[in-house]
Design a binder for this molecule. Sequence first.
Ligand code: TYM
Length: 341
Amino acid sequence: MTSDVAPANGRAPLAANPSRPRTFSGIQPSGVVHLGNDLGAIRNYVALADQYEAIYCIVDYHALTSTHDADALRQQTREMAASLLALGLDPDRCTLFVQSHRPEHAELMWLLCTVTPVSWLERTPTYKEKVQQQPDDVNHGLLTYPVLQAADIVIYKASMVPVGRDQAAHLELSREIVRAFNRRYGETFPEPKAVYTEAPVVLGTDGVRKMSKSVGNTIDILGEPDLVRKQVMSMVTDTQRIKRTDPGRPEICNVCQLQRFFGDDYEDLWEGERTARTGCVDMKKVLAERIIRHYAPARERYAELMAHPTEIEGILEAGADRLAPVATATMAEVKEKMGLR
Ligand code: TYM
């Protein structure tokens, strides 16, 4: 393969036509990586990087629809990169980069906007939620958000997208946009498919809503142990279990459900709940200590990385450089098909 782009960090740029199927996902630089992100998506980012050509993106353009503090955005972008690396993304086995470092995403978004009816965007559930959440800041970016998400995926012609279930509507819209484009201009993009983990929806500490920073019901897995303890101890369990002697119902208890991901003995723990041998507080204490132990190496690695910001910047720049040939090739093909050259 020939390319004008120098190998980044000793790794060759990505080929326009991949030898392995490509997977792509994006994550917002929200400032805190929580248990829902890891169980719902990041674990799959790591697992899929073994089998596929994996590209992962910190979506700072998307974040601008809700964050308007430049310093905070810069800091949170770095924190998210450090979090992903600490949780096991290996820059030698996947490509990690920041969305705005490849401005072709925004250019392709505009082109895709021209095949996307406004009505598709207005009916998107996340748009309606955002209108409720930030009524004084219903900026145009909120409406166009899913088109940018489609551009993120299709610019690399990725066929698989590891995400949590909350992204299902966005993924469906990406597929519709791809179909609309291919219908009008000829077969160009593959229809991307969502790939879910065993925990596609992780509930927050309230036990009702999806775990999310904007709701404030998170377990911050790379936070200090005392913070994790506090968050886990605040979790709502089986609301029908009033007295300590009442039998518990592990199937509907969020704490019990999460035990499945932190030890093979969860059936025994569940039996203890069903027979009221253990109480909800016991179960939360076990969960908190297991989460803290499980993420201890990642927490250490995170601190090391944050102490060496140039290492993080280097990885992100190298990632964006590796993607240049693919992004350029897709833009050339799309512009040709649309009559722009
Ligand atoms: P974001 O930043 O909200 O979330 C990142 C990933 O974490 C998953 N996730 C969850 N999974 C299960 N349970 C939860 N409680 C939970 N909370 C978050 C999300 O599903 C997601 O996979 N719009 C996207 C970012 C994006 C993107 C893309 C994703 C932009 N471009 C292209 C895929 C492909 C978002 O805001 O994710």
